[in-house]
Design a protein around this ligand. Structure first.
Ligand SMILES: Cc1cc2nc3c(=O)[nH]c(=O)nc-3n(C[C@H](O)[C@H](O)[C@H](O)COP(=O)(O)OP(=O)(O)OC[C@H]3O[C@@H](n4cnc5c(N)ncnc54)[C@H](O)[C@@H]3O)c2cc1C
Length: 406
C-alpha cells in the first residue's frame, strides 16, 4: 500500500469535480482529481442541453467541438397536439446541445493545465479518518491501492455519491425526489430544426417527460425521466422504447445508458469538517428541469475556491466551511427552492389539462408566448388554475424572502 499527501482531493471528474480541481489548483493548492472510469467523459448519461449564458464563464477559450444551437422548444401534449415556442424569449436562453464526452474531457484538461494531477481508473472506495474527521480516501488505482491523505476533500462523485455519508451527512433521497432516466443517442434523426423536443403524458413519461435534443452530428439525444410517484422504478427503458417506436422507428441506436437525477429540496448541509459536496453529489440538480450542468460548474467553482481559502487560513472546520451555502445562495439555492415548489405543483397537472393547455397556447401568437402571456392564456382556459398559481406565487415570495413563512 502506498501513501500520498495532497492539499485537496477531488473525488469524481465530471463538470463539478473538474471545475473544483481547476479552481483550487489555480489558487496554488496541490490537487489530486480522481476519476474511476478509464477516461473522463465516457458513458454519457445526459441530455446534453444547456444554456450558453450559464456555460460562458467556465469555457472561455475552450474548444468544445461543435455544439448544436437551439432557438426554441417544441412540446408534444399527450394527445399529440404540438406547441412551438420559438421567439425572442427562447432565443435569449442561448441554448445549445453539447457533446458531453468532449465537454467533460476539456474541463478536466483545464484542471490539469492549472496544475491538478488527474488519476483515471482511480476509484475512491473507502474513507480515511483521523478520529471522526474525514482526511482523505483509500483509492484503487489500477491494481494499486493508495491512501490519499488530504487537508480538504471535495465530493464530486455524482448521483451515486457515498462521500457525504462517509462524513455523516444525510444525502439519501426520498423516492419521490428521484427520477429514473434512460437515454439513447440515435443516428440520422429526421429533424432539421433547431428546437428541443419535449413529450408529455402519463403513458409517455409518468411524473416526468421525454425529450429529443438534436445534436450537431445529425443525430439526436432521445431520453425519458420518470419519477417513482408516477411509475414503478426501472421502467424508464420501456418508456423510452415506446417513445422511439412512436416517433423515430427507423433511427439506429448508437449508444444507450441508464441514469438518475436528484430532484430534491436543497439538503440541510453540504459541508462537514474538511469536506465540501458539489454537483449531483450535493443533490444540486434543478428539480424543475432536471438540468444539472450549470449547478455542477458553479458549486465546483465555489468549492474549489473555498477549499483553497480554508487551507490558507488553516481552518478547515465545519464552521469555517459553512459559508459555502451563502456563496451558493443566489445562483443556485434560491432558484432551487422555488423550482422544487413549481415541480410539485406542475406534477399534479393531468393529461387532460395538458392537452387543453396546448390547444390554448396554440391560440395565441408566437410573440405572445412569453411566461406572462402563457400564464394569462392558462387562466382563461381553466380558472381552477388560479388558486394553484396564487399558491405558487406565494411560495415564490416566501423563497425569495419577501414574506415570512406562516
Ligand atoms: C439521463 C440524464 C439526462 C440529463 N440531461 C441533462 C441536460 O440535458 N442538461 C443538464 O444540464 N443536465 C442534465 N442532466 C444532469 C447532469 O448530467 C448532471 O447534473 C451533471 O452531470 C452533474 O455533474 P457532476 O460533476 O456533479 O456529476 P457527474 O457528471 O455524474 O460526474 C461524477 C463523476 O464521478 C465519478 N465517480 C463516481 N464515484 C467515484 C469514485 N468513488 N471515485 C472516483 N470517481 C468517481 C463518475 O465516474 C463520474 O465521472 C441529465 C442527467 C441524466 C441522468
Amino acid at each position: 500500500m502506498r501513501e500520498r499527501d495532497t492539499d485537496v482531493l477531488v473525488i469524481g471528474a465530471g463538470p463539478a469535480g473538474a471545475t473544483a480541481a481547476r479552481t483550487a489548483a489555480a489558487k496554488s493548492a496541490r490537487v489530486i482529481l480522481l476519476e474511476r472510469k478509464e477516461c473522463v467523459g465516457v458513458l454519457v448519461r445526459c441530455g446534453e442541453a444547456s444554456s450558453m449564458v450559464d456555460l460562458k464563464p467556465f469555457i472561455e477559450g475552450v474548444d468544445m467541438g461543435e455544439v448544436h444551437p437551439i432557438t426554441g422548444f417544441l412540446s408534444h401534449a399527450p394527445d399529440g397536439t404540438s406547441v412551438r415556442l420559438d421567439n425572442e424569449m427562447t432565443r435569449a436562453f442561448q441554448t445549445v446541445v453539447l457533446d458531453r464526452a468532449i465537454f467533460d474531457a476539456r474541463l478536466a484538461e483545464q484542471a490539469v493545465a492549472a496544475g491538478a494531477e488527474l488519476w483515471t481508473e482511480a476509484d475512491a472506495f473507502e474513507p480515511l479518518y483521523n478520529d471522526t474527521r474525514l482526511v482523505g480516501a483509500r483509492v484503487r488505482r489500477g491494481r494499486e491501492i493508495v491512501d490519499v491523505k488530504a487537508g480538504m476533500t471535495i465530493a464530486a462523485d455524482g448521483i451515486e455519491s457515498r462521500v457525504g455519508r462517509w462524513a455523516g451527512l444525510k444525502t439519501l433521497l426520498h423516492p419521490r425526489d428521484f427520477s429514473s432516466c434512460y437515454t439513447m443517442v440515435l443516428d440520422n434523426i429526421e429533424s432539421d430544426d433547431n428546437l428541443l423536443h419535449f413529450y408529455w403524458g402519463r403513458d409517455v413519461a409518468p411524473g416526468g417527460y421525454g425529450w429529443m435534443f438534436p445534436r450537431s452530428d445529425g443525430g439526436g439525444n432521445l431520453g425519458v425521466g420518470i419519477t417513482e410517484t408516477g411509475s414503478d422504478r426501472g421502467q424508464a427503458r420501456k418508456y423510452l422504447l415506446d417513445l422511439k417506436a412512436r416517433w423515430f422507428p427507423d433511427a439506429k441506436t448508437r449508444r444507450e445508458a441508464a441514469g438518475a437525477l436528484p430532484l430534491a429540496y436543497p439538503l440541510k448541509r453540504i459541508w462537514a469538517d474538511n469536506l465540501l459536496l458539489t454537483g449531483d453529489a450535493a443533490r444540486l440538480c434543478d428539480p424543475l428541469t432536471g438540468g444539472g450542468i450549470p449547478q455542477a460548474l458553479v458549486s465546483g467553482r465555489e468549492a474549489g475556491r473555498l477549499a483553497a481559502e480554508a487551507l490558507h487560513a488553516e481552518n478547515t472546520g465545519e464552521t469555517y466551511l459553512s459559508r459555502y451555502a451563502g456563496r451558493l445562495e443566489k445562483e443556485i439555492l434560491k432558484p432551487h427552492r422555488t423550482h422544487y415548489r413549481f415541480r410539485n405543483a406542475i406534477g399534479a397537472v393531468s393529461d387532460k389539462m395538458l392537452n387543453g393547455a396546448a390547444r390554448r397556447i396554440n391560440g395565441i401568437s408566437m410573440e405572445e408566448r412569453t411566461i406572462p402571456g402563457i400564464a394569462k392564456a392558462m387562466f382563461y382556459f381553466d380558472p381552477r388554475l388560479i388558486p394553484e398559481f396564487i399558491k405558487m406565487g406565494r411560495d415564490l415570495l416566501i423563497s425569495s424572502g419577501s414574506i415570512g413563512r406562516s
